[in-house]
Design a protein around this ligand. Structure first.
Ligand SMILES: [Fe+2]
Length: 246
């Protein structure tokens, strides 16, 4: 089982704060059944200017520490790229995929311009990569239009509360379907399944899951306490779905 999205590396972004925490998170991930974890620190210009070489070195050091502590877990290099206006410039010189795959983990700013999102996704597809769009369920602006045309919050709320009958059709009506047709895949957060981000995101994740939007899941773990609070319950719920996504 692969964790496709995790902030396991210490001291690089807002993930694990120390090597001890990295080891504790890794031990928990191994205990619940993971064999591989993609180490995906943020790459966001001006905030997390994560250097690819620094990330690779951190993966090598964490791998050594896991061996010393006899934690059986394979670590793959990765990055969580922000799809902002600087993305192509930042990605191009030293592209980081998830391990040896052609998958590239991306997230979108909270108030993304849909056209910029399309262009960045198309950039990746055009260069032979598969964009893996992280946790779309956490973005209010990606929710299908609801009956309420007011705030984004209300849009999501009315949509989440409207039942599941039109879920597939709703997704077809959104930007998500357009991106999917372009070749983008979507990664759900186990924290969303477990209610870590609140009930609206939890409902949104469930509807996306039922509509078959996701191709994989990630813990998006940032610290030990967070992982402990949702991991086991969320894995059980996704497993019960028999979706083959884990
Ligand atoms: Fe993340």
């Amino acid at each position: 089982m692969i964790d496709w999205h995790c902030h396991l590396l210490p001291g690089i972004d807002d993930g694990a704060s120390s090597l001890d925490e990295t080891l504790a998170m890794a031990a928990l991930l191994a205990e619940v059944g993971y064999t591989t974890v993609c180490c995906t620190p943020h790459r966001l210009r001006g905030m997390y200017d994560t250097d690819p070489e620094l990330m690779r070195n951190a993966v090598a050091e964490a791998t050594e520490a896991l061996k010393r502590e006899r934690v059986e877990l394979e670590l793959w290099p990765g990055m969580e790229y922000c799809l902002d206006e600087f993305f192509a410039d930042d990605f191009g010189p030293d592209p980081i995929t998830l391990g040896e795959t052609k998958r590239v983990l991306v997230e979108t700013p909270a108030h993304a311009d849909p056209q910029l999102l399309r262009e960045n996704i198309f950039y990746l597809v055009r260069h032979g990569y598969t964009p893996i769009f992280a946790h779309p369920e956490r973005h209010a602006f990606l929710a299908p239009p609801g009956s309420d045309s007011g705030s984004m919050f209300n849009r999501v709320k009315s949509w989440a509360q409207s039942g599941s009958a039109e879920s597939t059709q709703s997704i077809n009506d959104t930007l998500l379907a357009e991106l999917q047709v372009m070749g983008c895949e979507f990664q759900g957060n186990l924290g969303s399944v477990g209610g870590y981000y609140g009930s609206l995101v939890k409902k949104q994740e469930k509807r996306f899951r039922e509509a078959g939007l996701y191709s994989c899941y990630g813990s998006d773990g940032h610290d030990l306490g967070g992982l402990q609070s949702f991991l086991t319950q969320a894995l059980n719920e996704v497993r019960l779905d028999h979706s083959g996504l884990l």
